[in-house]
Design a protein around this ligand. Structure first.
Ligand code: IMP
Length: 198
């Protein structure tokens, strides 16, 4: 792997994500530095696609730090809603963001719907420099369906309502089981493969 990637700034202010990515990337000799520790300012995420928002975040962090930057954007897409909540997943029910209110709104809007299929998406973007014309990208998708009654204590967000083909919800998986099959786990493994190529 190119030594330029041994230290990456993570374009996220979410401590949990920083920990998760640090763990996932450490085995590959990649050190993650949080953008907060480098004084990177917040950037808008005004776009309707995950990839555009992830590019905006990574480019901004590279511009402000001069380092290669890794950004992620993720969310839940419900087929019956043409992919909503999508990029608005974290704030589906408005401010302040609340998993409980997001889930209540999702279930309410799906009442009586026959089509309950949905998928999580995670997009990763790695910019080598701010004006990188060819950022590395990796997608992960995880398919399931939305149920009315929550099950499971693990995970976060929409997980207790996200039913997998094996009959468990995402919240009934251990963190290791979730990483092995989730949108985020898949995207990270694909990004590692991209990094190995260059
Ligand atoms: P962001 O990527 O930090 O903008 O957050 C995306 C939002 O999508 C989260 O706040 C959750 O609502 C939802 N989301 C993304 N990944 C997951 C997941 O693995 N489980 C449950 N909800 C998720």
């Amino acid at each position: 792997m190119n030594t330029a990637f041994h230290k990456l700034v993570l374009a996220s202010n979410n401590e949990g994500k920083c920990r998760e990515f640090a763990q996932l990337l450490a085995p590959f000799g990649i050190e993650i530095v949080s953008q907060a520790s480098l004084g990177v300012t917040e950037v808008d995420e005004p776009h309707v696609t995950f990839i555009e928002n992830a590019i905006a975040k990574a480019r901004h962090a590279s511009r402000q730090t001069g380092l290669p930057a890794l950004a992620d954007d993720s969310g839940l897409c419900v087929d019956a809603f043409n992919g909503a909540p999508g990029v608005l997943s974290a704030r589906y029910a408005g401010e302040p963001k609340s998993d409980a209110r997001n889930n209540a709104l999702l279930i309410e809007r799906l009442q009586g719907a026959m089509e309950r299929s949905a998928y999580y998406v995670c997009v990763l973007v790695l910019t080598r420099y701010a004006n990188d014309p060819a950022p590395l990208t990796a997608f992960g998708r995880w398919f399931g369906e939305i149920i009315d009654a929550p099950r499971g204590e693990n995970g976060f967000g929409y997980d207790p309502y996200f039913l997998l083909p094996d009959g468990r919800t995402a919240a009934e998986l251990s963190p290791e089981e979730k990483n092995a099959v989730s949108h985020r786990g898949k995207a990270v493994r694909r990004m590692i493969a991209e990094l190995r190529e260059i």
